[in-house]
Ligand binder design. Sequence first.
Ligand SMILES: Nc1ncnc2c1ncn2[C@@H]1O[C@H](COP(=O)(O)OP(=O)(O)OP(=O)(O)O)[C@@H](O)[C@H]1O
Ligand code: SF4
Ligand SMILES: [Mg+2]
Length: 328
Amino acid sequence: MSLIDVENLTLQFKTDEGLITAVDDVSFSLAPGEVMGLVGESGSGKSVTAKSLMKLNPGNAVYSPESRITLHLDSGPVDVMSLKRPRDMEIVRGGSISMIFQEPMASFAPAMTVGSQMVEQLLIHTDLSKKQAKELSIEMLDRVGISDASTRFGQYAFEMSGGMRQRAMIAMALSTKPKLLIADEPTTALDVTIQAQVIDLMKDLVAEFGMGIIFITHDLGVVAQTADKVAVMYLGKMIEQGPVREVIRNPYHPYTKGLIDALPQLDDLEKPLMPIPGDIPSPLERPAGCVFHTRCGKVIGDICRTVVPQWSDTGENHRTACHLCAEG
Ligand SMILES: Nc1ncnc2c1ncn2[C@@H]1O[C@H](COP(=O)(O)OP(=O)(O)OP(=O)(O)O)[C@@H](O)[C@H]1O
Ligand code: SF4
Ligand SMILES: [Mg+2]
């Protein structure tokens, strides 16, 4: 059974410079209780993909008519693309789907206390009374490891340290018990110890609430620690997806291999890091054929420069979009 199905998601932004294709024919599914890592270099379309699930992209975003997002709730399937009225949109904004952003300050209104925002959100999305909402908010702050939670409840976000704000944001995102939690680089702004705590905390909460998580990061090392499966994006395309161990041990796409070679090896610190050569092309000038061909060391001929690679099965639940795989 699936929690969310994304099919052929394609999205362009209208800009003064022209149309930017941010997401190009992306498909994936997530089951309840499953954690998917979404990785790729800056600008690959991770955040735009995630925001699409909540219809949070700005007004200059144009979705292709083939794009489909289906959220499976107990009450039945929800066709996310067809949601238009603000009231219907609440289902995917803080109700069944919650998002944790990289910069927690952005999630809190500066003129409201953290507690009053948590309560307000609960009143919108649940049947709790104001008193129950306050009790649950304090309990959630406590659960994410914020000491003296009832005092912190009455504070403003700017009165908290970075790590504490991150925890408060997680508490707020989880308090409505969403079916799907999207965490967009939730740990990059944190120091390593707090990063590890936040990751452990999220794992505990998945185990307890059974929610699905999409964990967005640049860091394949973090994905290896947190996720069941991983999807790799490059310049708007999803190019490889599969179980996390399998993809890390046995990557097929030259770009995924490049990301893995760029990871520091803890057991061999002498081994030089191998960054992927070249720069990501401008999204206004996306290469034809395989979008990675301008940086790929394995180009097998004109086919790479002219034909978009389709998915090939490269293992159990493991697939890769590269002509090399199609050729066996
Ligand atoms: N509102 C917008 N208008 C125009 N272009 C946009 C807009 N939002 C994102 N883009 C473009 O869409 C592409 C994908 O952006 P996105 O933010 O999804 O990348 P990302 O993979 O999340 O990168 P990062 O790792 O830096 O967060 C980029 O080229 C970006 O410049
Ligand atoms: S399709 Fe060709 S250019 Fe693209 S990753 Fe595979 S070998 Fe490289
Ligand atoms: Mg992003």
